[in-house]
Design a protein around this ligand. Structure first.
Ligand SMILES: Cc1cc2nc3c(=O)[nH]c(=O)nc-3n(C[C@H](O)[C@H](O)[C@H](O)COP(=O)(O)OP(=O)(O)OC[C@H]3O[C@@H](n4cnc5c(N)ncnc54)[C@H](O)[C@@H]3O)c2cc1C
Length: 279
């Protein structure tokens, strides 16, 4: 096995340009769990990004929070301002694995790993985050909501790396992240629901309900239009139009639908006066 240790982002991008199959490693929490059991299926070359301090930044501009590609969950938890302006980033970070994983795992790694059960992706998506992809040809920005084309099918090209994640700074009057899992730490999400409302409208994001973490446009329209909702079952029709849960070893599709409709209904009832008034 070959591990390349670039000393700058431009060197990393040059390695990636000449060897697009090389696998970047950030915190290694997704990649390394497969070792040594699946060693023979691993790639031959790795690109260790962990020494690139220029990717380990958290920065605020006038209208954006910028998370460098090596920003870990713990880095964000150590920044109170993140919790004040984007509380869902803290809520999700606290529920990823346990502290050992939070200190190594990165938001960018969570995006590229593309698990339908990811916990970092849904909160970033609910905040309308954009992924900045870099290559030797320059940079381009892709909205996270358009980043996945199907299960583990990503918008990123082989010679690109995530350089940073841009999160708009907006006022939200409703926001919550609910992870339903067998326990609160070290558990994979069975149903995840993230909701945010700002002047840009409603964002409803589902996890473990489809081949990718995804926005739910029919539920978003229902909330936008103030359609009366008198019980959780009223949410099932738009929910079924938005997601396609499966039966697997963690749960059944039926259970997932029922839980998501209830989590949405009761959380909105508690946090959103406009929703309460439609009942
Ligand atoms: C015990 C345990 C518990 C966990 N619990 C949770 C949980 O509760 N919730 C959850 O969502 N996840 C969980 N995870 C999964 C994992 O921790 C997260 O997905 C984490 O965010 C991955 O980040 P990383 O830096 O470790 O990624 P890595 O393992 O380093 O990489 C993951 C993928 O991203 C690619 N990559 C990394 N950085 C870049 C970049 N800058 N540009 C391009 N590609 C890149 C890698 O090549 C790889 O394909 C858990 C993992 C373990 C081992």
């Amino acid at each position: 096995m070959r591990v390349l240790m670039p000393e700058s982002v431009s060197e990393a991008l040059a390695f990636k340009a000449t060897n697009p199959d090389i696998v970047p490693i950030a915190g290694g929490t997704d990649l390394l769990v497969q070792w040594p059991g699946q060693l023979e299926r691993q790639a031959a070359s790795y690109l260790d990004l962990s020494g690139l301090d220029e990717l380990r930044t958290i920065r605020w501009t006038q209208d954006t929070l910028e998370l460098g590609a090596l920003t870990t969950y713990w880095d964000t938890l150590c920044q109170p301002r993140v919790g004040v302006e984007h509380p869902l980033l803290h809520d999700a970070a606290r529920q990823v694995g346990a502290i050992q994983i939070q200190t190594r795992g990165t938001w960018a790694g969570n995006i590229i790993n593309a698990s339908p059960a990811a916990d970092g992706v849904p909160v970033l998506m609910a905040y309308d985050a954009t992924v900045v992809l870099a290559s030797v040809d320059g940079e381009r920005q892709v909205p996270l909501s358009a980043f996945y084309h199907g299960y583990k099918q990503l918008e990123a090209r082989p010679h690109e790396l995530i350089r940073k994640i841009l999160v708009p700074r907006r006022e939200h009057d409703v926001q919550f992240f609910e992870k339903v899992a067998p326990r609160q730490a070290q558990a994979i999400t069975v149903v995840g629901v993230t909701v945010a409302h700002s002047s840009c409208g409603w964002r409803v994001v589902a996890s473990s309900m489809a081949p990718t973490v995804c926005r739910c446009p029919h539920l978003e329209s229902l909330l936008q239009e103030g359609t009366p909702v008198s019980c959780p079952e009223d949410l099932l029709e738009p929910l079924r139009a938005d997601v396609s849960p499966i039966d697997d070893l963690r749960s059944s599709a039926h259970y997932r639908e029922q839980v998501m409709s209830r989590v949405l209904y009761f959380n909105l009832g508690e946090t959103c006066p406009a929703f309460r008034s439609t009942r």
